[in-house]
Ligand binder design. Structure first.
Ligand code: F6R
Length: 605
């Protein structure tokens, strides 16, 4: 949610800033901008839309300078246009900001008589505060430091000052920010991805930290302005950015990577040889009375599937909550609960806040994340990796199936620790999990059948996804994937719930996707399917061979997934709903990897 990069360099920084912005584009792509100090003079270029629009402008009017800051925006305050794009200038000061300054209206009012505001953003007040402090005679460092004290809310910021060509000022409160250490230069970035091409030696600022960065040094101060040392983290993996390869979109590539990514997740949680799960150090499932899973969006649906697994296999009560709701309802927390934050990025503001809330309440906390350098991984008591590799497509795919895989393995670990799962049961279920990469490969072979269905599906105005049991969250996830990348309105429902109201929306030809592999709830789901079919719905039934044998004739279209243990079927079905959303969006010609209004990492509440 907004990406920041800054370089205090020895040579011209413009191209490298633009390159960094491209890596950060997943965080927001409404508009972008760059500011440099050219012989001590602030200059900038900004553009509405994707980074390529900024690049085109920079070709026409190049910017030169060895110090610069840059930003890609996901609009919160003010429409996404060039004027609201960062960097924002006031007098001598230029600033880029990720987060929300909650008291910006108050500050605007306070400064109203002295200053003219030219944008609709909350960020502009930061530049004015620092510039006013400079007017009052404070040194740049003092001006920056005192201005920070006026800000309420969340921010990661980079700031440069006219006539002060040696420095970038940086600060972090609530939004992540890292420094990168180079041989003869220093860097600033929202995350390791931004800095990957520049440095593998990173220093993560902690809550309330601020920093003064020069070409060959950096000084960090804590929230009380005391100088502090923060550890240097060496980032592995080299500078290579995830590439699309021969795939048309990152999303398709990531869908196809799933046999491998699930395999990587498994290798962390299951011992193939012993057919047993590795219980992560620090988790005592035996003595827990509850697991609390908190997440947003797709990660939340992974948690919702896991509830079935933990309860049925681990015999442990599970509460799953949407992160933006969790702490505000003041949940009753028992000390014997394990809190699990599920997050691909490990930076989602609401999930992070829920983690901090539970940690402060004395609960043991775990973070199941894809990015192990993320704030959640660093702050939780236990960091649980999913190892899915960089996920670039904004719609989460491979992270979802890896989250499911890891949570499934943890449910087995809970079952073993709590004696609710026999040794035979554990062997059978771990074997099913180990089989998943092969089953996913077989499911991917259904691609052309799904693509053919998507052609007609793309003409729909609205669609419904139905399921029962663990397929209810899959129905939600299917609808979410379709909405976010194809912009077709879609809803997921528990199949039994439809007749309590939503069935009124079914009319002739309304597409209804029914998720029903053959299990103990199969017949009930099929009855619900017939209820909507009788009202004119066009049914796509996603089932297995046993289910197809019984209900083939009742569905208009059929997708038959490989036969597997019901335990892992949600992971297999996920592939189908991902491909369905993908092909529908491609037929409609939307921007699949960067759908409108979205950003990959949501670091504001
Ligand atoms: C949907 C999607 C989002 C994320 C959500 C949480 O495809 O990607 O719903 O799942 O924003 O993000 P993380 O997992 O990074 O916390």
């Amino acid at each position: 949610m907004c990406g920041i990069i800054g370089i205090v360099g020895s040579t011209d920084v413009t191209d490298r800033l633009v390159d960094g912005l491209k890596r950060l584009e997943y965080r927001g792509y409404d508009s972008s901008g760059i500011a440099v100090l050219d012989k001590g003079v602030l200059k900038r270029e900004r553009a509405e839309g994707k980074i390529k629009a900024l690049e085109a402008k920079l070709k026409e009017t190049p910017l030169d300078g060895s110090i610069g800051i840059a930003h890609t925006r996901w609009a919160t305050h003010g429409v996404p246009n060039e004027n609201n794009a960062h960097p924002h200038f006031a007098g001598r000061v230029g600033v880029v900001h990720n987060g929300i300054i909650e008291n910006f209206l108050e500050i605007r009012k306070k400064l109203g008589g002295k200053r003219t505001f030219t944008t609709q953003t909350d960020t502009e007040v930061i530049a004015h505060l620092v510039d006013l402090a400079l007017d009052s005679g404070l040194s740049p460092i003092e001006a920056f430091k005192t201005s920070l004290k006026e800000l309420h809310g969340a921010y990661a910021l980079g700031l440069i000052i006219n006539d002060n060509p040696g420095y970038i000022f940086a600060a972090r409160a609530g939004s992540p920010l890292a420094l990168g250490i180079g041989e003869t230069e220093m860097y600033l970035g929202s995350d390791a991805t931004a800095l990957a091409q520049l440095s593998q030696k990173l220093v993560y600022l902690e809550e309330g930290d601020w920093a003064v960065i020069t070409k060959d040094n950096y000084d960090i101060f804590d929230k009380d302005d005391k100088p502090v040392e923060r550890p240097i983290t060496i980032i592995s993996g080299g500078p290579a950015m995830a590439e699309k390869g021969n795939y048309r979109h990152f999303m398709l590539k990531e869908i196809y990577e799933q046999p491998e990514t699930i395999g990587r997740t498994l290798s962390n949680y299951i011992s193939d040889f012993h057919r047993e799960t590795n219980i992560p150090e620090g988790i005592d499932f035996k003595n827990l009375d509850r697991v609390i899973i908190v997440a947003c969006g797709t990660a939340y649906y992974a948690g919702a599937v896991a509830k079935y697994w933990f309860e049925q296999i681990g015999g442990i009560s599970v509460e799953v909550d949407i992160a933006s709701e969790f702490r505000y309802r003041k949940p009753v927390l028992s000390q014997n609960s394990l809190f699990i934050a599920v997050s691909q990025s490990g930076e989602t503001a609401d999930t992070l806040a829920a983690l901090r809330y539970c940690k402060a309440s004395g609960l043991k906390t775990a973070a199941l994340v894809n990015v192990m350098t993320s704030t959640m991984a660093r702050e939780a008591d236990i960091a649980l990796p999913i190892n899915a590799g960089p996920e670039i497509g904004v719609a989460s795919t491979k992270a979802f199936t890896s989250q499911l895989t890891a949570l499934a393995a943890l449910a087995l670990a809970a079952g073993r620790s709590r004696n609710t799962l026999s040794r035979d049961g554990e062997i059978r279920l771990s074997r099913s999990l180990i089989e998943t990469p092969r089953l996913v490969t077989q499911t991917l072979e259904l691609d052309s059948i799904i693509e053919a269905f998507a052609f007609d599906f793309s003409k729909a105005k609205s669609a419904f996804y139905l399921g029962r049991g663990p397929y209810v969250p899959l129905a939600f996830e299917g609808a979410l994937k379709l909405k976010e990348i194809s912009y077709i309105h879609a809803e997921g429902y528990a199949a039994g719930e439809l007749k309590h109201g939503p069935i009124a929306l079914i009319e002739d030809g309304t597409p209804v996707i029914v998720i029903a592999p053959y299990d103990n709830l199969y017949e009930k789901t099929i009855s619900n399917m017939q209820e909507v079919s009788a009202r004119g719905a066009r049914i796509l039934l996603i089932t297995d061979a046993a289910g197809a044998k019984i209900s083939e004739e009742l569905a208009d279209d059929l997708i038959i997934v490989p036969t597997c243990d019901g335990f892992v079927a949600p992971i297999i079905i996920a592939i189908v709903v991902q491909l369905l959303a993908y092909h529908t969006a491609v037929h409609l010609g939307t921007d699949v990897d960067q759908p409108r209004n979205l950003a990959k990492s949501v670091t504001v509440e």
